[in-house]
Design a protein around this ligand. Structure first.
Ligand code: F6P
Length: 332
């Protein structure tokens, strides 16, 4: 009997999710499977809202940001009654394999579903935060870095013109990958990351010391600080006020926000999405379930879903080392 496959995208959308959908659809169609896409993440699964997918529907899709299936966060999916409802709906549609493209919240949902449904569940890492263990990178992360870098380049022009201090907040939820690599690639002067943050006093003291030294050497110059979201307890405006009060220099806060989630995926994200999606589609019907497909050192790997959030993925050592060599931070 023909296999039936379903795909959903869930949580924060990420550039490259569409490319991943395309790869799954093309490989599955070639194998003769029927493919369905649930709308709005787990919400669509709970309401049995789906659309039929085929090669024609994924034409010209690899370069498009967002997700044609739409995404959502679905807090009620933690409940048992939701897990059972989803299982009933998958059963009713005759689905054999469900692909979940998303981040750790989406994978927790997939794990929860596995308690109620014995079909095959395969996760694919799609989030700009790159905070998923078991894969070197996540789909969307590279585009988000690119967007952050382009934005900081623009901020730098006006910062230079006014010799001002700018604080630029980047996303990342509770992970510093975007902050660290965005700061390095945009040649920012200082970066504040959740993984390395000790406390407000030491960070503020360090910034003021570094800034003082810089100004002694070069006079009044612009200074760009990248701040990862959720790190500074009272928020970016509070830090801006504190630096302004202590330096008597104008400080402007900029929150990049959801701009980082949009845009056409850069080639690294397209490639990652296509490779992971195509490989995952070859696993349909094989005795592997409850896993995420990731890429490690150029190889596709299948890791248990629970391991993707069980450990905190460490920041890339070489980037941290480079930050210490090139930037002002005195993170020990
Ligand atoms: O997980 C992706 C992400 O963009 C995080 O970086 C950010 O903290 C969060 O989603 C924002 O979520 P929302 O779009 O629900 O405000």
């Amino acid at each position: 009997m023909t296999k039936k496959i379903a795909i959903l995208t869930s949580g924060g959308d990420a550039p490259g999710m569409n490319a991943c959908i395309r790869a799954i659809v093309l490989v599955c169609e070639r194998s003769g499977f029927d493919v369905f896409g649930y709308k709005r993440g787990y919400n669509g699964l709970l309401k049995q809202e789906y659309t039929k997918l085929c090669a024609a529907k994924v034409h010209n899709l690899a370069q498009r940001g967002g997700t044609i299936l739409h995404s959502a966060r679905c807090l009620e999916f933690k409940e048992d009654v939701s897990g059972q409802q989803a299982a009933d709906n998958l059963q009713a549609l005759g689905i054999d394999t469900l692909f979940v493209i998303g981040g750790d919240g989406s994978f927790r949902g997939a794990q929860h579903l596995g308690r109620f449904w014995d079909g095959q569940i395969i996760g694919l890492p799609g989030t700009i935060d790159n905070d998923i263990a078991g894969t070197d990178a996540t789909i969307g992360y590279f585009t988000a870095i690119e967007t952050a870098v382009e934005s900081v380049d623009k901020v730098r022009d006006t910062a230079d013109a006014f010799e001002r201090i700018f604080l630029v907040e980047v996303m990342g939820r509770h992970a510093g990958f975007l902050g660290l690599n965005g700061a390095l690639a945009s040649a920012a002067d200082y970066v504040i990351l959740p993984e390395l943050f000790e406390n407000e006093d030491s960070t503020l003291g360090d910034i003021l010391d570094q800034l003082g030294e810089r100004r002694e050497q070069r006079g009044d110059v612009s200074y760009i600080i990248i701040l990862a979201e959720n790190v500074w307890p009272a928020g970016i405006a509070d830090l801006a006020e504190k630096i302004e009060a202590r330096t008597k220099t104008e400080v402007r806060p900029v929150i990049l926000g959801h701009v980082q989630r949009g845009g056409s995926p850069v080639s690294q994200d397209r490639l990652l999405a296509l490779k992971l999606g195509a490989y995952a589609a070859t696993l349909v019907g094989k005795p592997v379930t409850g896993v995420m497909i990731g890429e490690q050192n150029g190889q596709a790997v299948a890791v248990p879903l629970s391991s993707t959030w069980a450990t905190n993925k460490p920041l890339d050592t070489l980037s941290v080392e480079t930050m210490r060599l090139l930037m002002n931070n005195r993170y020990a």
